[in-house]
Write a protein that binds this ligand. Structure first.
Ligand code: SF4
Ligand code: SF4
Length: 403
């Protein structure tokens, strides 16, 4: 392998070097712009000269469906823009229309070149585009006649078929369900994060109250605690998210002294995005064995004294530990450890509901577990869907659920 080029003037950006390097960066951008002028993925596709459409990516495909005859400037490299190519394109057409999702990135740059262009006066700044949306906006602006595509008009399926809503939900047997059940019952303010466990916000669990961005939970909990909010606050963050973005805010909780209880939901994998490994699993992304960072040892090593590892399948045990942490008056960490059931593929014998013992109180349904179904005067369990985790057995006050 080549040796690393040791060139401090190029790679160490102390102010003196940064000042010297800035013109180099600007020169590179100019060269890239020149490169973009002749790059084949930036191309004019000739057509009718009434409309010239500027588009890139999937929006180009949608726009092509709506304006099959128009002249197009298809951009494959979107920064820096090829100014000469854009000027040539604009000179060939009567009206330049820029179609792009979200902010007017191309449109503003093209206008700054002194070229008249329309875009966000026709197409929205918000949401994803589709051929249907582009067609409707174009028809409203008078660019095309029909707001409905001929293929859609000919379709026999009514456009307004009402499909049942199927929101994402925690899987049967998911350990997060036990955690959020306990948090809801405790009535605490839950500052959340991004992962499968964000589904703790969904009814009937309804036990997550903020989720801003990846790694935000602990920092937000710290801020809320510092602001003197009277609610008891906990931060909930997944194991993978914790390794990714939760360590610094957790150190901040200690350093700047807030009584936050951080709960790391350890399902021992990066579940939401497809079961990727992470530093706690002991396996690399290349499937090689490696060191597994032990969450409990790690948080103790940075100075946390109150640390517990709990099984979120044990509802009473977890509730007891949570109460101890919240009343301890010190920053603390609970590792709620239960591997993802879709990863381990572990399953236990499904329980069943005794219809004579069930008083139809609905307590088990408050878990929001898909196999629990409301029958006419009692609840039933779909044994095919059920993972056998046993949470419903624990919450039934009538002992109507058993294996
Ligand atoms: S045992 Fe109960 S809570 Fe667990 S998966 Fe089956 S129905 Fe759901
Ligand atoms: S918690 Fe028990 S008694 Fe209540 S509805 Fe469910 S099975 Fe029936």
């Amino acid at each position: 392998p080549p040796l690393y080029e040791r060139n401090a003037g190029k790679f160490v950006m102390v102010p003196a070097n940064a000042r010297r390097r800035h013109p180099v960066v600007e020169e590179k951008i100019k060269k890239l712009a020149e490169y973009a002028e002749t790059l084949p993925i930036n191309r004019i596709e000739p057509g009718d000269d009434t409309l010239g459409i500027v588009a890139a990516g999937s929006v180009y495909q949608y726009a092509r469906e709506v304006f099959p005859q128009a002249t197009f400037l298809k951009l494959g490299m979107v920064y820096p823009l090829p100014e000469r190519l854009i000027r040539e394109f604009a000179s060939r057409v009567k009206t330049v229309i820029v179609i792009e999702e979200l902010d007017p990135f191309f449109e503003e740059q093209i206008r700054l070149m002194g070229i008249e262009a329309r875009g966000k006066d026709i197409f929205p700044m918000i949401g994803e585009f589709s051929p249907t949306l582009i067609r409707q906006c174009a028809a409203t602006a008078g660019l095309i006649k029909e707001a409905i595509a001929p293929s859609e008009a000919a379709a026999t399926t009514p456009a307004s078929v009402e499909l049942p809503i199927r929101p994402p939900i925690l899987c049967p047997g998911c350990g997060h369900r036990g955690l959020f059940h306990v948090l809801r019952e405790a009535g605490v303010l839950v500052l959340g994060d991004i992962g499968c466990y964000t589904l703790g916000v969904a009814p009937p669990l309804s036990a997550m109250h903020t989720c801003g961005c990846m790694g935000a939970s602990i920092g937000v909990a710290h801020g809320v605690a510092k602001a003197g909010v009277k609610d008891r606050v906990v931060a909930v963050i997944g194991d993978s998210t914790f390794f990714h973005a939760g360590i610094h805010p957790l150190i901040n909780v200690l350093y700047n002294e807030s009584n936050v209880t951080a709960i790391i939901t350890d399902n021992s994998v990066t579940a939401m995005t497809g079961h990727q490994q992470h530093p706690g699993t002991g396996i690399t992304l290349q499937k090689k064995k490696t060191v597994a960072v032990d969450l409990e040892k790690f948080v103790r090593s940075i100075g946390f004294e109150k640390v517990d590892v709990c099984d979120p399948y044990d509802l009473d045990g977890l509730a007891k530990v949570l109460e101890e942490h919240l009343s301890s008056g010190q920053p603390s960490v609970i590792v709620a450890k239960r591997p993802c059931v879709l990863y381990t593929r572990e399953k236990s014998t499904p329980p069943a509901v005794d219809p004579d013992a069930c008083v139809n109180c609905g307590a088990c349904l408050e878990l929001g577990c898909p196999p629990l179904l409301q029958a006419e005067d009692h609840v039933t369990i779909d044994p095919i869907l059920c993972n056998g985790c046993g949470l419903c057995i624990q919450v039934c006050p009538s002992e109507a659920i058993s294996r």
